[in-house]
Design a binder for this molecule. Structure first.
Ligand SMILES: NC(=O)c1ccc[n+]([C@@H]2O[C@H](COP(=O)([O-])OP(=O)(O)OC[C@H]3O[C@@H](n4cnc5c(N)ncnc54)[C@H](OP(=O)(O)O)[C@@H]3O)[C@@H](O)[C@H]2O)c1
Length: 219
């Protein structure tokens, strides 16, 4: 039987934003199923109180691991939904000079990984749950030198739109972070920053916002 304690699934929980979102929810009494690949980072999140699952198990349909973890979570908590914080920033070659390997890698990490997560997690969500996808300014501003991030970000936006159009219950929406997140030293000389707390609050609200919400901008 579900308790009143809220729960959320964080995909990309080992990344800069995902790990901080995981801890932000844990600090506020939420149960978190943290999904990622980095074993050491997953172990640290487990120590902090999260349940963890290696997302590579998503590719092995026979493992049943994500399904089991979702069942356990929903048996003990009220699951509000999923936050997908997958794919990060990159600066490199212009698109004209980009190698095929790098391009294919971006399609996998910034786009296909989202579809895989949706296909494995959504069937286990309760009716009306939220599915929040984090995206960045590059998804709607063409960023020279970060072409693969811009192109996959724009495609991710449409992925969420189509998922919403096809959805039979889950509320798909994007939280678009328009600025560098404060404290992320990988952003070189950001013009402006947004606090992680503001992003986390937007994500939490987006999990439960009504069906008309499609996109929330932060920063
Ligand atoms: N950081 C910022 O300042 C900032 C600003 C604006 C928007 N955002 C948005 O926040 C989101 C997350 O960004 P971030 O900065 O946290 O990026 P990040 O630190 O690079 O983390 C990316 C996450 O994606 C996972 N990932 C990458 N490829 C994957 C794949 N093929 N399959 C499964 N998981 C994969 C990584 O897993 P591993 O750890 O296993 O590699 C990691 O957990 C993005 O949507 C980004 O646009 C971030």
């Amino acid at each position: 039987m579900s308790s009143e304690a809220p729960a959320v699934v964080v995909v990309g929980a080992t990344g800069y934003v995902g790990s901080r979102l995981t801890r932000w929810f844990l600090d506020r009494g939420w149960a978190v199923l943290a999904c990622g690949r980095d074993a050491a980072a997953l172990a640290r999140l487990e120590e902090a109180g999260a349940q963890v699952v290696d997302v590579r198990a998503f590719d092995d349909r026979s493992s049943g691991q994500p399904e089991r973890a979702m069942r356990e979570l929903t048996a003990q908590h009220t699951l509000h939904g999923v936050v997908a914080s997958v794919g990060g920033w990159w600066i490199g070659d212009r698109l004209e000079d980009l190698s095929r390997d790098v391009w294919d890698g971006f399609l996998e990490s910034h786009l296909t990984s989202h579809l895989t997560s949706v296909q494995h997690l959504v069937p286990h969500l309760p009716p009306g749950a939220g599915y929040v996808v984090l995206n960045g300014a590059a998804s709607h501003v063409p960023m020279a030198g970060s072409g693969p991030v811009s192109v996959t970000g724009a495609a991710l936006h449409m992925l969420v739109e189509v998922l919403r159009a096809e959805s039979t219950g889950v509320r798909f929406r994007e939280v678009v972070v328009e600025r560098a997140i404060a404290g992320d030293d990988r952003n070189r000389d950001p013009e402006a920053e947004v606090a992680l707390d503001a992003v986390a609050e937007a994500v939490r609200d987006a999990l439960d916002d009504g069906p008309d919400v499609r996109r929330v901008d932060v920063g």
